[in-house]
Design a protein around this ligand. Structure first.
Ligand code: ATP
Ligand code: MG
Length: 424
């Protein structure tokens, strides 16, 4: 081995002992999404760069500095997807899913953003996203928010809060933007470099800053709620009434904005206080203009994306994921000469008992070390083949979890001996 093999910063492995938590999180999303009529769509990980730059917005964190963009052998500029909505809308448009239909779609998979790796922020991370098209009323917003709350409850995570806002129409945001710029300019000395740069390009994004030095400037900024148009105000009011009726608590936060340009109207985030600065685990909102922006007919839409790494961390802390199933039994051949015969026996047991999780081979060596490995496999029983028992058509059963004496039985009786393990 000449060169050393190193991992790339921000690209992490999911190790086998974390697998059960990931599976629990993914299965829970799938289960609840399907209960609400969402169908899975599988999307490519690479798209044309302009799909993202045009939909997400040129002056956003993602497009300005986070995209993994490269030129392929044809000279096309391609990008590893930083989020799922743009690709989902592209697919829905290109594949005619929006023709006389109001699809509800969900997807899961890796996303890529070249940001500074830190706790809760990775360069390859995973999202589950849901997108619902064709309904403009607040009842869809309410249902999507309640669905996200149900998923988070099913994950067994406590202490999440729901924050809610309405960003209004483009016109309302334009008027607010002017007032906000005026306020920020009056306090220019407090702005950091990012904020100064964005002052005239994307000032709303400044509200989303995580820089404590700017907390006071943000606190005293004009309130977006005061600038809302009548339709948005009514939509927000109706949505809140629906959440109240369903018993879903929330905090209205007029400082809540989203980092992508296509959002307008309802926006929401589920936030945990136990993850430090990176506390948002699921975020979404309306993007009624995006389909038309991408060349389709005007089609209202709303969606969310959940960050799985952060949810996995919370599920791990809560201990709410079921443990991975261990093998039921380990088959131990004491005598080297019995190996061929033992492989055949294991296969015939797997044929007859389709539920059986059986470990073989357990590795050679002394009986003692084989039993130690059998024990470590988590198996309830060791099935031990010795020369003498084999000659007599028998096998030894040893309970690895209790202190019952081991005993020999006829090999034909194995399915019957193993059957109580089926429910474990
Ligand atoms: P932030 O303000 O934290 O940068 P964002 O607006 O970029 O968030 P979204 O694009 O809305 O985040 O993504 C939705 C969710 O995906 C986030 O709330 C978070 O849980 C997760 N997420 C986003 N970026 C990362 C990342 N680099 N690493 C891990 N999870 C991420
Ligand atoms: Mg970000």
């Amino acid at each position: 081995m000449g060169t050393s093999i190193q991992n790339i910063r921000g690209f992490s492995d999911v190790l086998p002992d974390e697998g059960p938590i990931w599976r629990f999180v993914e299965d829970t999303f799938r289960h609840e999404l399907e209960r609400y009529g969402y169908a899975e769509i599988r999307l490519p990980i690479v798209e044309k760069t302009e799909l993202f730059s045009r939909s997400i917005g040129e002056v956003t964190d993602i497009v300005e500095k986070e995209m993994y963009t490269f030129t392929d052998r044809n000279g096309d500029s391609l990008t590893l997807r930083p989020e799922g909505t743009a690709g989902c809308v592209r697919a829905a448009l290109q594949r005619g899913l929006l023709h006389n239909a109001r699809p509800r779609l969900w997807y899961a998979g890796p996303m890529f953003r070249h940001e500074r790796p830190q706790k809760g922020r990775y360069r390859q991370f995973h999202q589950v996203g849901a997108e619902a098209f064709g309904v403009s009323g607040p009842e869809l917003d309410a249902e999507l928010i309640l669905l996200s709350g149900r998923i988070l409850r099913a994950l067994g995570i406590d202490g999440l809060r729901l924050e809610l806002n309405n960003l209004g129409t483009i016109e309302a945001r334009r008027r607010y933007r002017a007032a906000l710029i005026e306020h920020l300019q009056a306090h220019e000395g407090w702005l950091d470099d990012d904020a100064r740069r964005r002052l005239h390009t994307n000032p709303l994004r400044i509200l989303d800053t995580k820089n404590p030095q700017m907390a006071e400037v943000i606190r005293t900024a004009p309130d977006l709620g005061d600038y809302l148009d009548e339709t948005s105000r009514q939509h927000f009011h109706d949505l809140r009434a629906m959440l109240d009726a369903a018993g879903q608590p929330y905090t209205a936060n007029s400082r809540l904005v989203r980092g992508l340009d296509y959002y307008g109207g309802t926006v929401f985030e589920w936030i945990s206080d136990s993850l430090g600065a990176q506390g948002t685990v699921l975020a979404g909102g309306r993007y009624d203009i995006l389909v038309e922006m991408m060349g389709g007919r005007p089609t209202p839409a709303i969606g969310f994306a959940a960050g799985l790494e952060r949810l996995v961390a919370l599920v791990e802390a809560a201990g709410s994921a079921p443990a991975a199933p261990s093998v039921h039994a380990a088959l131990v051949a004491v005598d080297e000469d019995l190996q061929a015969d033992t492989v055949a026996l294991a296969e015939s047991l797997r044929d007859r008992l389709p539920w059986l999780r059986l470990q073989l081979p357990i590795g050679g060596g002394s009986m003692k070390s084989q039993l130690r490995r059998a024990d470590r496999s988590g198996a309830a029983l060791a099935l031990i083949r010795g020369a003498e028992e084999s000659a007599a058509g028998e096998i030894i059963i040893k309970d690895l979890r209790g202190d019952a004496e081991q005993y020999a039985v006829a090999i034909e009786r194995l399915p019957e001996i193993l059957s109580p393990l089926e429910s474990t």
